[in-house]
Design a protein around this ligand. Structure first.
Ligand code: ADP
Ligand code: ASP
Ligand code: MG
Length: 438
């Protein structure tokens, strides 16, 4: 039986009914020995994820010094789940300890991590598997930076003597035992880390959709499902907002070429999406565009100066000004006398004027302007490199939909074309590109 690591996301862990389905899935394959779980997610559209309730507890503690009301909601969810599952096990002592330590440690990362912790405690009881705490095997530095090699060693060592285990996703600890978390959605990374360490044949990522769709199903109704995707395409798409899988999930599995299979807990017979290191040539030949993803919340710093191209180190000076303010840059499309720097709004918030002044002082441009309200859309596919006319098709589709392209950048690998459009055009632009290629 092939060894598999199965990670189950928030919707899969949201209710006793879904947890029963998870247990059936795990038990139906003798190779599913290591299970990684998220905190319970939303039960319905307007519900609140346990992780969000935990962050609220932290803010309550900051402001009021107590978090009784929000913690009571968390307690209700877990006691309700345990009762409905019919488990003969009392979760209240675990909840009491968590509540006590949240007040004692006063750390947002500690608070946020407890959803996964409690979720894994319950799942281990349900499956009869051993509970292995992520704090003992997932290593972070004291600054909160994840340490992949140290972690790999620890996880491999620990799990070499445990045949079947449930491990909470999303967090780990530093050498002092202080809890740190990945960024949001990080249980996907935890699952990939475990898959690498136990040398799994497959990393299964169980979620609430039938795999990766060509684009966001919340924008395009019933988009086509992608049967196979490469690690590189996945990285581009998830970084640009296709949040099915955390963008950092590929790093651990890439080391050992472990494929990822996205599967639907609520429709387990669907084959889902396979994510592999190298894409078969037949698929590349057949398909130009693999997927389309995007995000709002960007700005363009537009800089014009005559003869800019002749000025030595012009780009470096602009980038140094941004580095001074600790701003990371997304794209730098440029012309002969113009240059645009695309940055996330979150990177420049509160320091916009200072950044513009710093650039002005560094390169004395003829004009400099900050254009707000930009959405970026990435159209991704290995097949685009071999097929002429992809950019033309994409631009025509946007023109026909009366959408103005504010920025265009084609990656050197020809794996992606990025366009910037106004926030208000975002959804229509995604639809127009989708329908042009599908
Ligand atoms: P989980 O809690 O299982 O980790 P997530 O909510 O993180 O699940 O990711 C699954 C969700 O990602 C889907 O419910 C869907 O709304 C969203 N999504 C965004 N883009 C895509 C896409 N291209 N294909 C499929 N789902 C997508
Ligand atoms: N529970 C965490 C979050 O909501 C991590 C995860 O679900 O992957 O972001
Ligand atoms: Mg997720």
């Amino acid at each position: 039986m092939d060894l598999k690591v199965a990670k189950f996301g928030g919707t899969s862990m949201a209710t006793a009914t879904s947890i029963n389905q998870v247990a059936d899935i795990v038990k139906s394959d003798a190779g599913r020995n290591y299970v990684v779980v998220s905190a319970p997610g939303k039960r319905s559209k307007n519900d609140i994820k346990v992780t969000d309730l935990l962050y609220s507890c932290f803010y309550d503690l900051e402001i009021k010094g107590e978090c009784k009301e929000n913690f009571a909601k968390i307690r209700d969810r877990f006691t309700g789940i345990v009762e409905e599952l019919g488990l003969k096990f009392d979760i209240n002592p675990y909840l009491d300890k968590v509540e006590e330590e949240m007040i004692k440690f006063h750390s947002s990362e500690y608070c946020a991590s407890r959803g996964e912790y409690l979720s894994a405690v319950v799942m281990a009881q349900k499956l009869g598997y051993e509970f292995v705490d992520a704090k003992d095997i997932m290593v972070f530095s004291q600054e909160g930076v994840f340490m992949p090699e140290e972690t790999n060693k620890k996880v491999a060592e620990k799990l070499s003597v445990i045949k079947k285990a449930v491990i909470p996703g999303f967090y780990g600890a530093d050498e002092l035992g202080v809890i740190h978390t990945f960024s949001r959605g990080g249980s996907d990374v935890s699952g990939a880390v475990v898959a690498r360490a136990v040398n799994a044949k497959l990393y299964e990522n169980w979620t609430d959709v039938n795999g990766f769709m060509v684009t966001d199903p919340r924008i395009v109704e019933n988009p086509q499902q992608i049967s196979m995707l490469s690690y590189k395409e996945l990285r581009e798409l998830s970084y640009m907002g296709a949040n099915v899988l955390h963008p950092d999930s590929i790093f651990p599995v890439r080391v050992s070429n472990i494929p990822i299979n996205i599967k639907n807990t609520f429709e387990p017979s669907n084959a889902g999406t396979m994510i592999v290191s190298a894409m078969p040539k037949e698929i590349i030949d057949k398909r130009a565009v693999t997927g389309i993803a995007g995000k709002k919340g960007y700005s363009i710093i537009f800089i014009a100066k005559a003869m800019m191209n002749n000025e030595i180190a012009f780009v470096r000076k602009v980038l140094s000004a941004l580095e001074y303010y600790n701003v990371s840059v997304e794209h730098i499309p440029s012309g002969i006398d113009t240059m645009s720097v695309v940055v996330a709004d979150s990177e420049i918030a509160g320091k916009e004027d200072a950044i513009i002044e710093k650039i002005r002082a560094a390169v004395s441009p003829d004009a400099i302007e900050l254009k707000r309200g930009i959405a970026l859309i990435a159209t991704v596919g290995h097949g685009m490199a071999f097929k002429p006319g992809c950019s033309a098709k994409l631009c025509t589709a946007l023109a026909n939909a009366k959408i103005n392209i504010r920025m265009l950048d084609q990656g050197a690998s020809e794996l992606n074309i990025i366009v910037g459009v106004s926030d208000s055009d975002y959804e229509n632009a995604v639809k127009a590109i989708y329908h042009a290629f599908y």
